[in-house]
Design a protein around this ligand. Structure first.
Ligand SMILES: O=C[C@H](O)[C@@H](O)CC(=O)C(=O)O
Ligand SMILES: [Zn+2]
Length: 276
């Protein structure tokens, strides 16, 4: 499993484009019949992409986590960003249409991912964090979380945010997770931008046309940089970093956080005019 060590804000000004991408952009998570995995030491989150095409795929464990099985000391949020598929967790099978979310609790030993139709394969994005106790494995169908309508067409940021794993929804130890979908013609997410020094956050952009890109902002609000991000690529936002982007077409993204608290609204917002 690829290891990404944690970085401090003072490292950012010295990074060129290639280093920014190497540290904060996660490409190639989704490869046919493979499990892609990246371990970020920001809050010890593991990001996985599981793409079963010709056969089901088991969630492996990795030497880097020194565990008998992947979820021995961890929990995971799974969101399907592809065609309909199933996740079997210790014998119970859940069907995930695109955008549906399955929380899998600590202690679940066997997790198997499958596509309903190999011609339209599922693409399971998994975010995992260390967990201290076992909460029940729970499915939330696409659109059935806590829905927030955000932004405005006039500022090109009209979007629907679905909270799936959160304080008042599916219970977890650390993970807070959901999906935001931009409305047609709206391109901006999370502007005005914010940080939350209590939690890291990862975004996975999806449903972005192949030739379109998201210009994603990172870094301290007064020292921003950008990454040019393609469909099904993820970004790692350390606790000190803004995470906001503008697409050249509309898109969706999975957002997920882990850290000190699970309070979605615990954000430090920045006025656009104060950013640099
Ligand atoms: O801390 C919360 C996260 O940054 C995201 O949930 C923001 C987001 O999905 C949005 O504004 O659309
Ligand atoms: Zn955030």
């Amino acid at each position: 499993m690829e290891q990404r060590y944690a970085t401090s804000p003072e490292h950012v000004p010295g990074m060129d484009t290639a280093e920014l991408r190497r540290r904060y952009l996660v490409q190639d998570l989704f490869r046919p019949d493979e499990v892609g995995a990246v371990y970020t030491h920001h809050d010890r989150v593991v990001l996985l992409g599981v793409t079963p095409v010709s056969r089901p795929l088991d969630l492996p464990t990795f030497p880097e986590i020194r565990s008998e099985f992947f979820l021995e000391h961890r929990e995971a949020g799974v969101i399907n960003v592809g065609g309909t598929g199933t996740v079997t967790a210790d014998g119970a099978t859940y069907t995930l249409t695109k955008g549906s979310c399955l929380y899998v609790g600590r202690g679940v030993q066997g997790v198997t991912f499958a596509s309903e139709d190999g011609a339209d394969p599922a693409a399971f994005y998994v975010m995992s964090a260390p967990a201290h106790t076992a909460y029940p494995t729970t499915l939330v169908e696409a659109g059935q979380g806590n829905v927030r309508e955000l932004g405005d067409q006039l500022t090109s940021n009209r979007r629907t945010l679905n909270q799936y794993i959160h304080e008042n929804g599916v219970k977890s130890c650390q993970i807070v997770m959901g999906v935001t979908t931009l409305h047609p013609g709206s391109m901006w997410n999370t502007m005005p931008a914010h940080t939350h020094d209590r939690r890291m956050e990862a975004y996975l952009y999806f449903d972005l046309p192949e030739d379109a890109r998201v210009i994603h902002l990172l870094g301290e609000p007064t020292e921003t940089r950008h990454l040019v991000v393609a469909n099904r690529e993820a970004i790692i936002a350390p606790s000190w970093s803004v995470h906001s982007g503008v697409g050249t077409a509309s898109y969706s993204f999975v957002w997920g956080m882990a850290g000190e608290n699970q309070s979605f609204d615990d954000m430090d917002g920045f006025a656009v005019a104060d950013m640099r």
